[in-house]
Design a protein around this ligand. Structure first.
Ligand SMILES: NC(=O)c1ccc[n+]([C@@H]2O[C@H](COP(=O)([O-])OP(=O)(O)OC[C@H]3O[C@@H](n4cnc5c(N)ncnc54)[C@H](OP(=O)(O)O)[C@@H]3O)[C@@H](O)[C@H]2O)c1
Length: 219
């Protein structure tokens, strides 16, 4: 068993997640109006868990809490193979539980320091975090619904394994351009129409000035 997985992202019209590789997406997200933020935070308030990749923690330093809607904060889950996450990161605030999911490569002292901050550290995998093992563990822990907020590497891990049930996008009315700028989904790519992830448009509407699209994965 695994959690119900919803990928949620803010994307430019050309599918970019940020302005250039290595840039915090917070600058691009400053285009979002309050209605769009409420939409995002309403989803956070309904799920049991929220995940972003370690690189997003390092570049964006998100809090991953519910601030523009009513409801409880989801459990924050961060895949991070060497536990190389800044010890003063916002994800370590006391507002919600945090699980750093690491691997056998994580230095013991690093794990201890993170535990001292009150977060859990799980070792799931040898080299990279093993999502095949992690998802059933999250389910066992009571995470029945999981919101995945990127970045493109983590989104690819979910997409390529077929561990996605829905994708919800907040469209930002700009073109960013740039060959190497992270898009919604990175990784190797499926390379064949036979293997691509097929989606069905479930809803489209406006929140504030933004187009929202909600897609179901066709199984
Ligand atoms: N617009 C949006 O909605 C949005 C949302 C989120 C992020 N972003 C942007 O996306 C960019 C970051 O995306 P990203 O693709 O570079 O990084 P990412 O997906 O946030 O994180 C990837 C990192 O996760 C760790 N990891 C652990 N296990 C893994 C596994 N099995 N597979 C893949 N990664 C694993 C690796 O770091 P270690 O080697 O340290 O383990 C890897 O580098 C930033 O610019 C951020 O601003 C935008």
């Amino acid at each position: 068993m695994r959690p119900y997985v919803i990928i949620v992202s803010e994307v430019s019209v050309d599918g970019k997640l940020t302005l250039y590789r290595g840039a915090s997406s917070k600058e691009l997200m400053s285009l979002m109006d309050m209605d769009a933020y409420r939409y995002l935070h309403e989803i956070r308030a309904k799920v049991d868990g929220i995940m972003v990749g370690c690189e997003t923690v390092r570049t964006d330093n998100p809090s991953l809490t519910v601030r523009y809607a009513e409801g409880k904060n989801p459990v924050r889950i961060i895949p991070c193979s060497t536990a190389n996450v800044p010890l003063d990161a916002n994800i370590f605030s006391k507002d919600a539980p945090t699980i750093i999911v690491s691997t056998l490569r994580a230095p013991r002292e690093r794990i201890e320091k993170i535990r001292e901050l009150g977060a859990e550290v799980w070792i799931v995998g040898e080299d990279l975090v093993d999502f095949d093992k992690l998802l059933p563990m999250l389910y066992e822990r009571g995470i029945r619904s999981l919101m995945v907020e990127g970045g493109s590497s983590i989104n690819w891990e979910f997409v390529r394994r077929g561990y996605v049930d829905e994708i919800r996008l907040i469209h930002l009315p700009v073109i960013v351009g740039g060959e190497n700028v992270p898009t919604l989904v990175g990784g190797e790519g499926f390379k064949s129409l036979k293997n691509v992830l097929n989606l069905r448009l479930r809803a489209h509407f406006k929140r504030g000035h933004h187009l929202i699209t909600e897609w179901e994965v066709v199984k």
